[in-house]
Design a protein around this ligand. Sequence first.
Ligand SMILES: [Zn+2]
Length: 466
Amino acid sequence: MIDLPKKLAESQLKIGLETHLPLKTKSKLFCSCSTKKSGRPNTQVCEVCLGLPGSKPTLNNAAVKAAIKLGLALGCKINSPSFFSRKTYFYPDMSKNFQITQYEIPIAENGFLMLGDKKIRIKRVHIEEDPAKIVHKDNYSLIDYNRSGRPLLEIVTEPDLNSPKEARAYLQKLSLIAEYLQIFDPADEASMKSDVNVSIFGGSRVEIKNISGFKDAEKAINFEQIRQKNVLLTGKKVVQETRMYSPVAGSTTTARIKETESGYGYIFEPDLPYLEFSLQEIERVRNSLEELPDQKKQKFVKLGLNKATAESLVSEKALSELFEELSKKFDKNLVATYCLILLKTTNYNGIKVEQININPEFAKILEQVNTNKINKHEAEEIIRKIVELKIKNKAPAKINCLFDGESWDFDLNEIVEKVRAQNKEKDLSDPKILNFLIGQVLRETKGKGNIQKIIKILKRAKGKNK
Ligand SMILES: [Zn+2]
């Protein structure tokens, strides 16, 4: 007899992910319509992405190259030839009643992604088109075909992930690799959608469809794991099915009984050519691959940074490049410290370093720290303010004045003079007293203000008071 509670305590969770990664190509997969997200609904459309009768797709080579790059970065075999198929289904988001995808032979397969020392096997990477976007209103729905035909890569893992946290880490790593390859916009995390397969104790596989982003994937798996355990504890069996995750409710609900892939009736797409590459072509792409996050991390560790710092620095491509650029000029530990402060600040504001062009100001801050013109506390404050101003798209002039300390919400002169006036009988030549007064000033300013400047004003104030 199986000791169920004991077994439940063990990690028996198996998770496989099918992730849709939107590519940041300028135009759509099979037509020249723009992929920009800012357009008004149904303005970036043509006969191809609207699926009008008689229209023919033309393949976007940039999307194919992106697929090969990701395939190679994940250690996959690039298949040549591979081809496109039509996945037939009827739904308003797919106006031609089939989606062009790859089924029988994907462009890449049999790779892996490393999470620390653990190898997550990648089953396949294939190219497909995005369906249109449906916006559900109270008693009607709207369709925006701007999204129809945007290029996606679908990345499918083997069920090698064993915890909700690990699944989230996988998604983060996958998006990071794609960011380094410059095929994916990291600010687009929410549009990276995953179908998640979850099973416990080798039982039936439950698929949760279409989860946006990383955090929700973790939450959905967590919920599903608990739900399946509870089903088993009541002596029932987990039913193989498709479920939907509601981010609002934080739970999954039955969607429909799962159809098999063959139920879709894939047929060969006759309007597109086979994808064929010579070995030389593949090698050329391999040799021109961008430096990947793991490689960069190793490089930073060799420079003498600790692993955790290196890991944080490579967590965004723009940040890793900022570090590399500035550590040519300043001490690497100093640069690393302030890069991490910047990362903390942008994370707090929910943005990526790449989204604000902070490099010139950031270099100036380091310059000032390096020459002791400002202290760490002030530098942190300036970084915080600059990030806020950049988010609001404020003019650089306003940013520049931060360096003069003018934009603190207090007048340093006033505070120092007040402190001095309250202690006018004290002798500044005594270092203990000087430190005490500096401490008083910093208490008022909550740690802001350059020490040399404070001493200067204190001494000046002394003269006046006599
Ligand atoms: Zn189009």
